[in-house]
Design a protein around this ligand. Structure first.
Ligand code: SF4
Length: 383
């Protein structure tokens, strides 16, 4: 295999319209261990039941390239995913077009949510003392994280590090959003601290970041698809995420979960410590629009009381508003509440998601975790 360096802080970036070729070329340029006979789990981002090409999930040609590359060097390849609640990994792998490529190659797929969970203690945790990791990953010698390059309304970006959250067992993914604030005074969001705690026990061995079609704005699922035409490969997830962030026009040190995670495990996200090929990689920087601070700003006469929600509820509500705003004029102005942090929700609010049940009082509650957009419409029009 052709390699260009032994430096572990090495990232290869390949640019062009052909996502498959970019992925193969990027993988060929990094220095991998001997994977012949090794069990390799490919973990794409197929966490939602959506069509390909929207920038929400990993582009199928990139997963196809990873399948071909790792098979060619003798690895025993499997593709696995764990999803948000309400959908199954297999239906998401199907809808996203990934299953088609995987099945064509006779490669098995696994549902990481169907496996039991391993309770893993986290030493010196700040907020996440233990975590339930899917035992579906136990059989593998190497994990390859294959995220899609996206902005994230709560984490700034979601890249190879955050993609590992799909390896958590079932509801454990939601628990990361529901942790209480730490008792020590610390000016960081609980979710960022939890991801940093998780990084001490769960990291990918190899990273292939799909920037062929990413997502800007209200990611991870309600933003706008963005063509960047890059794929990055590395054996260092921190270096890869840092370089991907720069390609998105962002400063890696201003992405809290990335900075905190790197600090916790003694890795650098400073560009001066990272070798990137080719040297002109910055020519491909395409600044991403960041998520808006408040989603209601985009929808006049809609107020959203968002108190410690997770991205699934924000996405559901945003998708609801995007699809239905033009048809709900008779119901405006509207007030919605999402998230677990409310003490008391004012009367006349439509409460969305199970997290609002406790504080919802006599308001209408759209149940679900996550709730579904069509139920919001039903609740609204039946009142
Ligand atoms: S109800 Fe919504 S905010 Fe609460 S955990 Fe579920 S998806 Fe997240």
């Amino acid at each position: 295999m052709k390699t260009e360096t032994d430096n572990n802080n090495f990232v290869a970036v390949c640019h062009g319209e052909d996502a498959y070729s970019n992925a193969i070329s990027a993988l060929e340029r990094i220095n991998l261990p001997d994977l012949a006979g090794k069990k390799v789990l490919l973990k794409p981002n197929a966490g939602r039941k959506v069509l390909p090409g929207k920038g929400i999930t990993t582009n199928p040609p990139v997963v196809a390239a990873a399948c071909d590359f790792f098979q060619k060097i003798g690895a025993e390849v499997t593709v696995g995913e764990g999803t948000i609640l309400g959908v199954t990994p297999f239906e998401c792998l199907e809808s996203t077009g990934i299953a088609f490529e995987v099945k064509k190659r006779g490669i098995p797929m696994i549902d990481l949510d169907a496996a039991a969970g391993n309770k893993t203690e986290i030493k010196d945790a700040v907020v996440l003392n233990h975590v339930m990791i899917s035992s579906g990953i136990d059989d593998f010698d190497y994990i390859v994280s294959i995220p899609v390059m996206k902005t994230h309304m709560h984490c700034g970006v979601t890249l190879s590090l955050k993609n590992m959250k799909g390896c958590l067992r079932g509801r454990e993914k939601v628990r990361l959003h529901q942790l209480p604030q730490p008792e020590i005074p610390i000016n960081e969001k609980t979710l960022d601290l939890a991801i940093a705690d998780l990084a001490t026990v769960l990291l990918p061995d190899i990273v292939l970041i799909d920037g062929s079609i990413g997502m800007e704005g209200l990611g991870p699922s309600a933003g706008v698809a963005k063509r960047v035409d890059v794929v990055l490969a590395s054996t260092n997830c921190f270096a890869a995420d840092a370089v991907a962030a720069v390609l998105m026009g962002l400063n890696p040190e201003e992405i809290p979960h990335l900075r905190l995670s790197a600090e916790r495990v003694g890795q650098s996200i400073l560009l001066e410590d990272i070798t990137v090929v080719p040297s002109n990689w910055r020519d491909w920087i395409k600044p991403f629009e960041l998520p808006p601070k408040e989603i209601s700003l985009n929808f006049p006469k809609v107020e959203v009381l968002d108190c410690e929600s997770c991205s699934a509820c924000v996405s559901t509500l945003t998708m609801f508003l995007k699809r239905n705003y033009g048809d709900i004029a008779d119901y405006l102005p509207l007030k919605f509440a999402i998230g677990k942090g409310h003490n008391e929700i004012p009367d006349g609010t439509l409460c969305v998601g199970n997290c609002t049940i406790k504080a919802g009082g006599g308001n209408t509650i759209v149940k679900g975790c996550p709730p579904v957009s069509s139920d919001i419409l039903k609740a609204l029009t039946s009142n």
